[in-house]
Design a protein around this ligand. Sequence first.
Ligand SMILES: Cc1cc2nc3c(=O)[nH]c(=O)nc-3n(C[C@H](O)[C@H](O)[C@H](O)COP(=O)(O)O)c2cc1C
Length: 462
Amino acid sequence: MPKKIRLNAFSMNAVGHQSPGLWRRPGDRSAELNRLSFWTDLARTLEAGLFDGLFLADVLGVYDVYGGSPDAALRHGTQIPANDPSMLVSAMAAVTRNLGFGVTSNLTYEPAFPFARRMSTLDHLTDGRVGWNVVTGYLDSAARAAGLSKQRAHDDRYAVAEEYMDVVYSLWEGSWDDGAAVRDFARGIFTDPARVRPARVRGRHFSVDAVHLSEPSPQRTPVLYQAGTSPAGRAFAARHAECVFMSGPSPTVIAPRVSDIRRCAVEAGRRADDVTIFSLATIVTGPTDAAAEAKLADYRKYVSHEGALTLMSGWTGVDFSTYGLDQQVAHVETEAGRSAMENITRADPSRVWTVREVAEHVAIGGIGPVFVGGPKTVADLMEAWIAATGVDGFNLAYAVVPESFEDVAEFIVPELQRRGRFKRAYAPGTLREKLSGSGPKLPSRHPAAAFRQTAAAAQAAE
Ligand SMILES: Cc1cc2nc3c(=O)[nH]c(=O)nc-3n(C[C@H](O)[C@H](O)[C@H](O)COP(=O)(O)O)c2cc1C
């Protein structure tokens, strides 16, 4: 029996997300980002299509590497305006029952204590359907917004993230026992104080000595996503991530990252399949191959190449406005994200990219592949990608929203179901149960489990 393919929709509380310029195409609703009905309609569409989740990217800071100013980003709507993703989740949860929500939140600029409460609140209000994409940022503009001159060095960000995880785990997993909020109306006791204790962590970057403000939520720790694939990023993912989101233009780029992360997870005492891996892709489809090709040709009329290079400059830390369009891209190491630069240089030495090719490729859905064709063609491409890389599924960027996701639901999901590669109904339970088939909480082999305390153990330690 072949494994079922996982599908997330990939979006952001922004315009056009990873398809710059396409917000102008008739039918695209992303310019409605400030209206709640846009998001609740999207959530309903995704649940009707049995998508596993909606993965919401978020970036603190403006994309001002391209041309050394925010002008291009502002002009093209390149991830600005960008509103807070977490605010959308309660409303979307209210109109769905099964859809998961992966919320990106940057740990560099938010103290762990209020962040942990926000995620616990969302986990309660969604009945355990929330995930957190753990990011540390890649834009100096975000650091300047926080009063720093530039961001921390790349690998140091991951070291800081390790400590941040200790703090949030101790709040989510250790501060309250299950059932501590007894709600004893007869005795007038809401919470049994003997079953609640302060989370105490003393680190180099963060310390906490506090009782978590929320009682335990269905999953306690939200489902943990991670998306950086530099060596430091992989090591972090192997320890913590339950879902990894990768982007790359070809199986040659993705396959070694997948096997390396699974190998490192085993070295970290976890199982290779404890990590569910999603590959970025964009699907342009219709009833036939010809209809899909025509749609793609129409989309191309609206793309913004400058918007695409603005994105790429932010991701890589390299100002592509200083390059000629036919210049070849050479590897440069910066303190921004490293996977994005690897994708178009060292990760596949057989492919040399010019700046123009990068702009054209990235303009529809970012650096992942674009699968174009009718149902059979696209399903074949998806299966071939999975066979060649070992990923579990896809985070699907949109070219046009909600059209791209509606097309997947109408044309691709039924084809995958016929092949036995896609579920016909949601599994019961929390997001973690739906994804892993195990319980609602992290398994004991995950590092978060070390922060669990029973009342008896806490007393013994005092
Ligand atoms: C597919 C993908 C999606 C990402 N999404 C976000 C995001 O939404 N917000 C963010 O701040 N960083 C995002 N990142 C950046 C990573 O979290 C990470 O900071 C960056 O890739 C640098 O790490 P690396 O050098 O290990 O790749 C994403 C990265 C990748 C590869």
